[in-house]
Design a protein around this ligand. Structure first.
Ligand code: MLT
Length: 217
């Protein structure tokens, strides 16, 4: 008996996949939750940002006091870089495996990450160019400085950051923005008078930003 070329077992993350209900050029949204979240957290956000788009939502594999995360940290804002690099490649491999399993275009994936999820999305942009064609980074900071900057020509990134965020230093947001721009990504950075929690206005801004981006090839 022949075996399927790709099986769900090959997808090494607990995850949800919601197929697209609309045709057209819409990307698959890769939803990456924050610390303590799971694969269900951002489904409503994904539906709201891009109605009808396919959603791929993995659960981070690291447990910190029982809370799922996408990579280890040594303290708040201090990352275990070796683990981060390993987990970034693991996530990028998961996107490729999921594209085969669910028959979507691996070159048409836009990440939507919040906090820890935004940080691994930023790391994926910096370490695995080609894995994402764009990203919505909600409360991201600089996850690492790569040895060599990737060429992110054609990649679009929206950052939503809070001026009063007690977790994400403004300097780290500015540094990430500069790194991505130096790598030739098209970056929009929006500051809000907010903390670590998102505001409805920022969700609206992310939706508006996504609209033209999905039509870029
Ligand atoms: C992180 O660890 O990725 C950031 O500190 C954000 C967080 O998850 O609290």
């Amino acid at each position: 008996m022949s075996r399927p070329t790709s099986s769900p077992e090959a997808l090494k993350f607990i995850h949800r996949f919601v197929p697209a209900t609309a045709g057209g050029p819409a990307p698959v949204l890769l939803l990456l939750h924050g610390t303590g979240g799971n694969e269900n957290d951002l489904l409503d956000l994904g539906h709201s940002l891009l109605p009808g788009a396919a959603l791929l939502s993995p659960r981070g594999k690291i447990l910190e006091n029982g809370m799922p995360r996408f990579f280890r940290r040594l303290a708040e804002g201090v990352f275990d870089e070796e683990d981060l690099i390993h987990r970034t490649h693991e996530l990028a491999d998961f996107i490729e495996a999921a594209a085969k399993r669910y028959a979507f275009d691996p070159h048409n994936v836009v990440a939507v990450g919040y906090s820890n999820g935004a940080n691994i999305a930023a790391s994926t942009l910096l370490l695995r160019p080609g894995a994402l064609r764009g990203a919505v980074l909600l409360r991201a900071m600089t996850p690492l400085i790569p040895e060599k900057l990737p060429d992110l020509t054609g990649v679009s990134v929206f950052l939503a950051s809070g001026r009063n965020d007690p977790i994400v230093p403004a300097a780290s947001v500015e540094q990430l923005t500069a790194l991505l721009r130096k790598a030739k990504a098209e970056v929009a950075l929006q500051w809000s008078p907010a903390g670590h929690h998102l505001t409805p206005q920022e969700i609206d801004a992310a939706r508006e930003w996504l609209e033209p981006v999905i039509h870029l090839s």
